[in-house]
Design a protein around this ligand. Structure first.
Ligand code: IFM
Length: 456
């Protein structure tokens, strides 16, 4: 099933698994502040312990080694390394990732490090976070620190994870940190993240890091619910805000053309300096795609304020379009349609749209939340997750014309703190008991282990 040279990895993020939010000089982050606000997190939990990976790192690396993955994608906690978002590195923070990198390499696992997976040092958020241009430059300083410390060992660098989600959930709808409800004005945060990406690429290259450099966005192919002019236009607008305003500037060096009806809303992106676009579109060594589900857009305001993550955002009600259902597909526990054919469609779309400009692609995240009800003997027979992974890995391996797909990273190694959903949504190959922190590999872990062993 998996050809030679095609990497299978697992993916995580610092804030979702590490815990130890006050340990060893870590500074507060945007998410520390957000999760402390009443009503923000579905189960009223917080990530102060999460999966306690900060203290259980060696055990987690051992579990990855036994699983047999080629690569591990994790993120470097910016507030752990640079607690105030400026100035020198916190030695204890660096030491944690130093040990992680050494342990991974000793286990034969290639490290893929993400620089920004959503936990911004709080002092930078106070100054406006990604709405402030200066944050892009502070992010480049952080990239420089990371490149200097780990540039000899990281196999691949991802500058920013899912700028779409940060812009939409964090700055437009307010269901993620920092909780801003700027709607289309949030597009400035998109531009500053992209600028931060470009500056971080320059910073890493100035440190002559040995690993490849890329960015990751979450791609959702968009379809109109009805085949009429207005619905098609709204679908096009959603495709822009979710997908193309990130991929086009990075891969083509310009923002996409906007349908006439939305010109005003996208103005922030059309006033940008050409020099920014040059910085944003530097050639990359790879492009990261996270794929979870397709989106169907219907014309007319939504019936309720629900976002795809199940959290209500009042701003949704003001939109002239809504997210329509996919009754033809089975769903994950999150209610997301399970449709591997749309991963194929996403790849085909990239192959066509970015022909000649697309570096090798890694599916840097893919996975599903399920209820994971334990059997009487305590084992977790998550056959629905196995089916999900089998079909999506097969789609990634099959690829599409014009795309060189080099790997698939399962989201995620172990059950974690799923942002605004708290501990409710379980995506892991390994269950984590929230009281004892005991790790129990699920059937999906054993299945993937078998697949990886059978390669040789
Ligand atoms: O948990 C998240 C991750 O942090 C980013 N991509 C989507 C995952 C599932 O929602």
């Amino acid at each position: 099933m998996i050809p030679p040279g095609f990497d299978i990895g697992v993916s995580t993020a610092a804030f979702q698994i590490e815990g130890a939010v006050r340990a060893d000089g870590r500074g507060p982050s945007t998410w520390d502040a957000f999760m402390a606000q009443p009503g923000r997190i579905a189960d009223a939990s917080d990530a102060s312990v999460a999966a306690d990976h900060y203290h259980r790192r060696p055990e987690d690396v051992r579990l990855m080694a036994e699983l047999g993955v080629d690569s591990y994608r994790f993120s470097l906690g910016w507030p752990r390394i640079q607690p105030g978002g400026t100035g020198p590195a916190n030695k204890a923070g660096l030491a944690f990732y130093d040990k992680l990198l050494d342990e991974l390499l000793a286990a034969g696992i290639k490290p893929m490090a993400t620089l920004f997976h959503w936990d911004m040092p709080e002092p930078l958020q106070h100054k406006g976070g990604w709405m402030t241009r200066d944050t892009a430059y502070r992010f480049a300083d952080f990239a420089l620190l990371a490149g200097e410390a780990f540039g000899d060992r990281v196999d691949k660098w991802v500058t920013i994870n899912e700028p779409t989600t940060v812009t939409l959930n964090g700055y437009a709808l307010g269901v993620h940190a920092p909780g801003a409800t700027l709607m289309f004005d949030a597009l400035l945060a998109a531009h500053h993240q992209l600028l931060g990406h470009g500056l971080a690429v320059q910073a890493l290259r100035s440190e002559s890091v040995t690993g490849g450099i890329g960015i990751t966005n979450v791609h959702s192919p968009v379809h109109p619910a009805k085949d009429n002019f207005v619905t098609r236009q709204y679908a096009q607008v959603f495709d822009l805000v979710h997908n193309r305003i990130y991929a086009d500037p990075v891969l083509l060096g310009h923002y996409p053309k906007v349908p006439f009806l939305a010109r005003k809303q996208f103005k922030a992106l059309h006033d940008v300096d050409d020099n920014d676009l040059k910085v944003i579109s530097q050639p990359l060594d790879f492009y990261g795609l996270n794929y979870y589900m397709p989106t169907r857009i219907g014309a007319g305001a939504p019936a309720d304020a629900a976002t795809p993550d199940g959290t209500d955002a009042e701003g949704m009600r003001d939109l002239p379009f809504h997210l329509a259902a996919w009754p033809e597909f089975p769903k994950t526990a999150f209610g997301w349609p399970i449709a591997p054919e749309f991963l194929t469609e996403s790849l085909a779309d990239y192959g066509q749209r970015y022909a000649g400009k697309l570096p090798p692609v890694y599916i840097t995240e893919g996975g599903a939340s399920f209820a994971d009800i334990p059997a009487a003997d305590g084992s977790i027979p998550d056959t629905d997750r196995i089916a999900y992974l089998e079909s999506h890995i097969a789609a990634a391996v099959a690829g599409a014309p014009g795309v060189d797909v080099r790997g698939y990273y399962v989201w995620t190694l172990m059950d974690n703190w799923e942002w605004a959903a708290g501990f409710r949504e379980k995506f892991g190959l390994i269950a984590v008991d929230p009281r004892t922190q005991d790790r129990t590999p699920k059937a999906s872990y054993r299945w993937l282990q078998g697949v990886l062993r059978s390669r040789s």
